[in-house]
Design a protein around this ligand. Structure first.
Ligand SMILES: Nc1ncnc2c1ncn2[C@@H]1O[C@H](COP(=O)(O)OP(=O)(O)OP(=O)(O)O)[C@@H](O)[C@H]1O
Ligand SMILES: [Mg+2]
Length: 243
């Protein structure tokens, strides 16, 4: 039985000079997969940065499985099982696909053989087994993305955060990525948060969704309900097509 997870964001506040990037944001994500959407500059990446520890919230809490993580430095959060992918994937060009995944397990317990087996297994899951020995530099955009997903899944993750994972992908690639994200919880037990502008992907994979606009929370709840909210539609007017 996989333990249910909870990420409780409580009164998170971030200012950059005169810009209020996150204005006392609260939302408790309890589904295996949650979404964060909103127009450009809404504060989505900043919220992931607060959770992973790259940006500091002025007050507030982020509670993951009962622990307030905001007092933990980023490396401790990573050790707790927080994983993060960035708008631009962090794949080392001079390492092979296999090595890119294996390095995630460097500071973990376990025998070298067990670590290699786990990296191999996750490459198989994302469909990159036959590309394992290719250097990062030679990968296509989609293969880089898949490598990133494999990196996030190794080492017993608790919370995986993807920042625009479908950026630059075709419709078919986005669908395949959606299938992978849908499988993460059963495979690893981790909860996942996904930021994306692709509303079709969000509505397919995210049970609950937070909508930000200019640093404010304008909706949070079951994804279909949130997407039908007139406030959400208004926030996207002129910037996105939202069905
Ligand atoms: N390090 C920073 N210094 C100053 N301002 C910043 C910084 N990071 C973000 N901002 C500002 O904070 C606001 C929120 O930015 P953020 O990157 O979180 O938006 P986003 O929702 O991820 O947008 P996008 O969809 O374009 O990725 C924007 O006004 C942005 O310019
Ligand atoms: Mg962003």
């Amino acid at each position: 039985m996989i333990a249910p997870h909870k990420v409780e964001i409580d009164q998170v506040l971030v200012r950059f000079g005169g810009v209020v990037a996150l204005n006392a944001i609260s939302a408790a994500f309890t589904a295996p997969i949650g979404g964060i959407i909103g127009p450009n500059g809404a504060g989505k990446t900043t919220l992931m940065n607060v959770i992973s520890g790259f940006v500091t919230s002025k007050g507030g809490r982020v509670v993951v499985d009962g622990q307030d993580i905001l007092t933990h430095p980023p490396h401790k959060r990573a050790h707790m099982g927080l994983r993060r992918s960035f708008q631009k994937e962090q794949i080392a060009d001079d390492l092979t696909v296999f090595e890119n995944v294996l390095v995630q397990l460097d500071h973990r317990l376990g025998s070298p053989a067990a670590k290699r087996a786990e990296a191999e297994r996750m490459l198989e899951v994302v469909g990159l087994s036959d590309r394992a020995d290719i250097p990062g530099a030679l990968l296509s955009g989609f293969e880089r993305r898949l490598t990133d997903v494999a990196r996030c899944m190794v080492g017993n993750p608790k919370l995986i955060m993807f920042d625009e994972p479908a950026g630059g992908l075709s419709v078919e690639e986005t669908h395949a990525l959606g299938d992978l994200i849908l499988g993460i919880h059963a495979l690893t037990g981790a909860q996942t948060l996904v930021i994306d502008h692709d509303v079709e992907l969000i509505s397919r994979v995210c049970t609950e969704t937070l909508v930000l606009d200019f640093g404010r929370r304008i909706a949070f709840g079951p994804t279909a309900q949130v997407l039908a909210d007139p406030k959400v539609k208004a926030a996207y007017l002129g910037t996105e097509d939202i069905a």
